[in-house]
Design a protein around this ligand. Structure first.
Ligand code: GDD
Ligand code: MN
Length: 390
């Protein structure tokens, strides 16, 4: 941020029929909140989509009193589009350091702005007003349907993007450094993000570009005046976006799981193949010996395929290239595969069946693999085999 002069933040308020809300919000910002923040310069930009209630005229009236208030008008193309247009225009017009987006219906407490800017000054690139962290809240009187929608939206987003730290993907109260917007604005300029899908996509893209995300607790209050514009467009577009994104940029854990499943198939079909091969060539070996040998070969092949594919894909960003790195890590990989995939499950199965009975044998195997082997392997790969050197 500019050291000699004060940095500039633009607060972008998208409006559609918010005449009576904007009448209160803009004075609250200019008269109460912003004068307290001495080390920043502020502009407010209202992006109004020709609201039939005359929001734009209300803004023009306010402009007579507040010089740092601007108005951008246009056709209604959705919330995300309004943000994209507004941010683009603000960047060109003011060359600001920071862009703040907030709802214009008084749901977002303007008094959080100093805290949000504080986080940005202390190293965050994006700050989210978060309803689902300590100190945050959703309105107690929200309908069950609305609570369910918000909870599900966040859960599905967290699961599909495999990121449990954001928690409030859909919050509309956010601040981003201009550099972040410049970096992702072309990717955000898609029809899919014209509506409320904008919210999740912006956070996700910032994370994918390795920007640092910070949070400020937000107590969301429901609007008193006017009505919400959130509709079913949101659910459809958001799900569609999440599916496309998971396929395009599968999170590391999903890559790991897919490769693990492929390794299982190698073992499964390898066992059948080598069992037949040995039978055909060494007919005098007993069935037990034959299958023990066959499974050892098949299991080792699956370990090799897991190692190669995880190295190339799951941990492609930390790829081991030199033989001097590959060999010791491959040895460790074998040892840990033996411990987590064979030794410990075998001991647990032995112990479990001796306590609960043989009828639980297969169930115990599945449980051990899901509860222990998968997470343990993921942990070991991350911490010991393909350690993040940064
Ligand atoms: N210019 C413009 N164009 N503004 C719009 C449009 C549009 O098409 N659609 C909505 N807005 C404005 C509203 O006027 C309001 O200022 C703000 O965007 C939020 O819209 P609401 O209709 O009040 O949204 P909500 O309260 O139901 O949804 C809240 O929760 C969502 C999910 O967590 C908001 O905080 C959203 O931003 C959030 O994504
Ligand atoms: Mn609202």
């Amino acid at each position: 941020m500019n050291q000699t002069t004060k940095p500039t933040a633009v607060i972008i308020l998208p409006t559609y029929n918010e005449k009576n809300n904007i009448k209160k919000l803009i004075p609250a910002l200019f008269d109460k909140v912003l004068p307290k923040v001495k080390n920043w310069r502020f502009k407010i930009l209202v992006v109004d989509d020709n609201s039939p209630d005359g929001t734009a005229d209300q803004v023009r009236k306010l402009q007579a009193k507040y010089q740092n208030l601007d108005l951008l008008t246009g056709q209604k193309q959705g919330l995300g589009k309004a943000y994209h247009k507004g941010m683009d225009w603000a960047v060109k017009t003011y060359q600001p350091d920071v862009l703040i987006q907030m709802d214009a219906d008084l749901s977002h407490d303007p008094a959080l702005i100093p805290q949000i800017l504080d986080k940005l000054e202390n190293g965050c690139d994006v700050v989210i007003g978060n309803r689902y962290i300590k100190g945050g809240a959703i309105p107690a009187d929200w309908s069950l349907k609305r609570k369910f929608l918000s909870f599900c939206g966040n859960f599905v987003a967290s699961l599909m993007l495999f990121n449990w730290s954001v928690r409030d993907w859909t919050s509309g109260y956010k601040a981003i450094k201009t550099a972040v917007f410049q970096d992702i604005k072309d990717e955000m300029n898609k029809k899919r993000f014209n509506g409320y899908t904008w919210q999740i996509a912006l956070v996700n893209k910032a994370i994918q570009h390795n920007y640092k995300i910070g949070f400020v607790p937000l107590k969301f209050t429901d609007r008193r005046i006017g009505q919400s514009k959130l509709g079913s467009e949101y659910i459809f577009n958001t799900l569609f976006y999440l599916i496309i994104d998971v396929v395009k940029n599968p999170p590391r854990f999903y890559r790991f799981a897919l490769i693990g499943f492929f390794g299982f198939l190698v073992n499964f079909f390898g066992l059948a193949f080598f069992s037949q091969l040995i039978k055909a060539n060494w007919a005098d070996l007993s069935v037990g010996v034959r299958n023990t040998i066959a499974n050892s070969i098949a299991a080792e092949l699956s370990i090799i395929s897991n190692f190669i594919l995880n190295n190339l894909w799951t941990f492609g960003d930390r790829k081991l290239i030199a033989a001097k790195d590959i060999i010791p890590q491959f040895v460790k990989f074998n040892l840990s595969s033996f411990a987590t995939g064979i030794l410990i499950p075998s001991l647990v199965i032995g112990l479990g069946t001796s306590i609960f009975g043989d009828q639980y044998r297969q169930l115990i195997l599945v449980l051990v693999i899901v509860v222990f082997t998968v997470p343990a392997n993921y942990f070991i790969y991350n911490k010991f085999i393909w350690k993040d050197k940064k």
